[in-house]
Design a protein around this ligand. Structure first.
Ligand code: X8Z
Ligand code: ZN
Length: 644
């Protein structure tokens, strides 16, 4: 009878609202759960099939930006949104919150969030179109050469990145910095405003207060922004020491007309378009210039490195840990060099096609050390895809997005050690391993890892403010610069206005990719590194002096690889705290890994800044940010008048 009733209810698509722990209802309950399992099997297969189609269309567009490919991508996306909406109606009929099977509850919880498909067809299409068009503007943007104004075919990758990396002419750096913002961000400003409104509307249709709250669901913690804030408080003193030292070195290189003693650092002098990693200014800031150089770019060029070789090296590292090699099709279908016959989205990315077979990377690889690490970074994503390929489709994600970003970087923490670089033949075999060399190495790592932290954090602090309406559209740019100054202690090379849109000159902003994942990654990768090094017998927490964390290289440690693999195989099937526990025994993000790694550098920086009497921190910028260029002209007019 019970069975019959259940069957009837099933036919009617009505699920019994049973109390979870009522023993009399047990059969009833498990019956619904059984039905839910079957339902999930079906949905999962369909979801995978549709994801494959969507990813194929997205790949086709990103690797060949044409109107036809955009139309096709939008078509598939619209069709999927229609399907998802229908399916969602079915999904929410289940009383999944009262299921006793935690895994079933978890999968339903994920499927119960519809996302942007909740929008009307028209608005969904508009939102997709806006993002794709901003990506297209960003990817096709070109500027003219500083010295040769008739040469106007310079793209971000490789030309502008290269100027920022190598030029030491402040005029040229400022030209490239300003021009890039003029042809990318500024052109996206109106679309961005529209994008914010539609994203918020989608979030509210999903019962979130705004899109910021929606984005944060990935982290399964209500206090996540506070957690991140706490981490930053712990890391800020280290950042400020690095900042003060770099400012002095830049002042010595460019003069105090260009770099002041106590102000924020001019953003265009840090070797990177977004001032987010500073490793490219190693040559003019290195602590001990007479000791061997730790940047291996020139060696890579000298030895004729090719993009393929860089990815093969990365693969070999993963395989040495007993992790997976890339499938044959990966090598066939990936794009590892910038094509010359069409426009593509050059920003590096890794792609899971959700069919268990097709995995690719797209990267406009340049031959330099940074791109060697980016190759490992991207392959880290693919390694994660491979490890969780047998999970249900909803679990084919990182434990949280920060985990996904951390995998390849953990490899790079070993690969970049001088010991490993020597084994690769990229550093002199007979160079000395003394304290000065160690400081040089840790300093280079600091320029990449410590410098990055505030820039990663503020990217989403700004967007959370935007989505929450705390930053209105007429404050987009000036609020951006307030945060750049507050967190990073940098300033623009010239005054800015609300006619500019500098956040939009960064890929992840216009492509709608949340950024806090990278902040998380840069913290937890040191937790992973520490634990894996311990397992590999390369780090002894009781004797860090003898075996410092920054010298550890987990290469060829199957123990380390197996432990990491165990975590990767989980995908997002468990809360990230559980995944983290597998590798580290810890259940929270913790800055102590990073602080421990950099402790010899902190000590050195403190001594050095003390010695030269550096001001730690920064006084307010003298640059202004106003409502419009017209207003700026007016102000400047007033200024000249009063001066006159
Ligand atoms: O975007 C990336 C990767 C792809 S997930 C190339 N990264 C961030 C960036 O470039 O801004 C890696 C580190 C930071
Ligand atoms: Zn990544």
């Amino acid at each position: 009878m019970m069975l019959l009733l259940a069957l009837l209810l099933q036919l009617l698509q009505l699920s019994p609202r049973a109390a979870a722990f009522d023993p009399d209802q047990e059969d009833f309950l498990s019956d619904e759960e059984q039905r839910a399992r079957n339902y999930l099997d079906y949905v999962d297969a369909e979801f995978a099939r549709r994801s494959t189609a969507a990813v194929r269309a997205a790949w086709d567009y990103a690797s060949n930006i044409t109107d036809e490919n955009l139309a096709r991508k939008l078509e598939v996306s619209a069709e999927n949104a229609r399907y998802q909406k229908q399916q969602w109606q079915e999904t929410i009929k289940y009383h999944w919150q009262s299921f006793r099977d935690a895994d079933l509850r978890r999968q339903f919880k994920k499927y119960a969030v519809l996302g942007t498909a909740a929008l009307s067809e028209e608005k969904h299409d508009k939102l997709e179109k806006l993002i794709s068009e901003m990506e297209s503007i960003y990817s096709k943007a070109k500027i003219c050469d500083y010295k040769n104004s008739s040469k106007c075919d310079l793209s971000l990758e490789p030309e502008l990145v290269e100027v920022l990396r190598t030029s030491r002419d402040p005029g040229e750096l400022q030209h490239v910095w300003l021009e890039w913002r003029r042809v990318s961000g500024e052109k996206c400003r109106a679309s961005y405003e529209h994008y914010v409104a539609l994203s918020n509307e989608a979030a509210s249709l999903n019962n979130f207060t705004d899109n910021a709250e929606y984005w944060l669901t990935d982290y399964e913690a209500n206090d996540f922004p506070e957690q991140v804030d706490r981490l930053w408080k712990q890391l800020e003193p280290l950042y400020k020491q690095l900042h003060a030292y770099v400012r002095r070195k830049l002042r010595e290189a460019y003069g105090d007309e260009v770099v002041s003693a106590r102000g924020p650092i001019p953003a265009h002098l840090l070797g990177n378009m977004w001032s987010q990693t500073w490793n490219n200014i190693l040559d003019i800031t290195t602590p001990y210039p007479q000791v061997e150089a730790v940047d291996v770019t020139s060696q890579m060029v000298k030895q004729g490195y090719k993009p393929l070789k860089m990815f093969q090296l990365a693969e070999e590292f993963f395989v040495s840990l007993n992790l997976s090699a890339m499938p044959e099709s990966f090598w066939q279908d990936s794009i590892l060099e910038k094509p010359t016959d069409r426009d593509i989205v050059c920003h590096a990315s890794a792609w899971d096609f959700y069919d268990g077979k097709d995995f690719r990377i797209k990267q406009c690889t340049q031959i330099n050390m940074q791109h060697l690490f980016t190759a490992h970074h991207e392959m880290g994503h693919v390694q994660y895809f491979l490890q969780y390929r047998d999970q249900p489709t909803v679990y084919k994600e990182g434990a949280n997005p920060g985990f996904h970003e951390a995998v390849g970087d953990v490899m790079s923490l070993s690969v970049s050690t001088p010991r490993h670089m020597r084994e690769l033949g990229l550093l002199d075999a007979d160079a000395v391993d003394d304290r000065a060399a160690a400081v040089n190495y840790l300093y280079l790592q600091g320029l990449q890892k410590i410098a990055f932290l505030p820039s990663a954090l503020l990217m989403d602090v700004w967007r959370w403010d935007v989505f929450k309406g705390r930053t209105a559209s007429d404050r987009y740019n000036c609020d951006w610069w307030k945060l750049r100054e507050k967190y990073q202690g940098i300033e623009p090379p010239t005054d800015r206005t609300e006619d500019d849109f500098d956040p939009g000159a960064k890929y992840h902003i216009i492509a709608s990719v949340p950024y806090i994942r990278y902040f998380v990654s840069y913290v937890i990768q040191f937790q992973f590194h520490r634990s894996l090094c311990q397992v590999a017998g390369q780090f002894d927490p009781d004797n860090p002096e003898k075996m410092p964390l920054h010298e550890c290289d987990i290469y060829q440690s199957k123990e380390a690889g197996n432990l990491l693999g165990k975590m990767l195989q989980m995908g997002s099937s468990r809360p990230w705290t559980d995944a983290m526990q597998v590798v580290t025994g810890q259940r929270e993000m913790d800055a102590s890994g990073l602080l421990q790694y950099f402790s010899p550098l902190l000590e050195w920086l403190q001594q050095e800044n003390n010695r030269t009497g550096e001001y730690i921190g920064w006084e307010p910028t003298t640059k202004v940010c106003v409502s419009s260029r017209e207003e700026l002209e007016r102000l400047r007019g007033v200024e000249t008048a009063t001066e006159g």
